[in-house]
Design a protein around this ligand. Structure first.
Ligand code: MN
Length: 241
């Protein structure tokens, strides 16, 4: 049995194909897994656990069903769904993880992160991230009516789209020094993340020892999954439905 890792599904009601792909994955691959890790951006947007978005209900139900089948599920926040909270955890049975989290899979240790913390060259983004991760900002945001929250979130996404279009591509990729610092800090040689939507396995040498950075892909066209079992890991693209 393998442990599965996914991220950057960006599920929302306006893209039903993505939700279908996820529900199919949950009924098949996920059910046969020893555990499922979701490394953020499961949803395109999350403005609070009290949101009534019709796209969320089937996703929550599928996660709860996986829990009933005794497959543990772990969730780490992404930059789109960092407001997922205790009510979501209770409804789905997902365990919320801190960003950074060290796991041991088949005798190998790896540090998990959504990935945006590694994009240290993007200073304006890191400033915005620091603001919206402040407990005081979140309390104030969550106290607003849903309509107002929806409008603020749409504004932030619009701003991010405009800024992203104006930034050179390398600014929005991870910073290699940040990658190596994270590996050192956690005393591991494998780092696994999503966020950049640039699926790949990067092998490099750090302190004269081999190190690996695995990047999960997004689910825009079809699913991207890291399957990690006794015989090692494989970064896979799911067949289109
Ligand atoms: Mn992201």
């Amino acid at each position: 049995m393998a442990t599965l890792f996914i991220s950057d599904l960006h599920l929302h009601a306006e893209r039903p194909g993505g939700i279908e792909q996820f529900l199919h994955f949950m009924r098949t691959d996920a059910r046969a897994a020893s555990a499922l890790y979701i490394l953020g951006d499961l949803f395109e947007a999350w403005i609070g656990d009290d949101d009534t978005d019709p796209g969320h209900a089937p996703v929550i139900a599928a996660l709860a069903e996986l829990r009933r089948k005794n497959v543990p599920c772990y969730f780490m926040h992404g930059n789109r769904d960092f407001l997922i909270g205790k009510r979501f955890a209770a409804a789905t049975g997902c365990v919320l993880l801190d960003d950074w989290h060290v796991v041991e899979i088949a005798g190998q240790q790896a540090v998990l992160t959504h990935g945006d913390l590694l994009c240290t060259d993007d200073t304006p983004y890191q400033e915005l991230r620091a603001m919206v991760r402040e407990p005081a900002w979140q309390r104030e945001f969550l106290a607003k009516p849903l309509d107002e929250r929806r409008a603020i979130a749409a504004g932030l996404r619009e701003r991010s789209k405009t800024e992203t279009a104006a930034k050179p591509a390398e600014i929005m990729d991870v910073n290699q020094a940040a990658v190596e610092a994270a590996l050192q800090r956690h005393g591991v040689s494998i780092l696994l993340h999503g966020h950049t939507h640039r699926p790949a396995v990067h092998e490099f040498v750090m302190d004269s020892a081999p190190a690996t950075r695995i990047v999960l892909g997004d689910w825009y066209d079809t699913g991207s999954v890291l399957r990690w079992g006794g015989s090692g890991f494989a970064l896979e693209t799911l067949a289109q439905l």
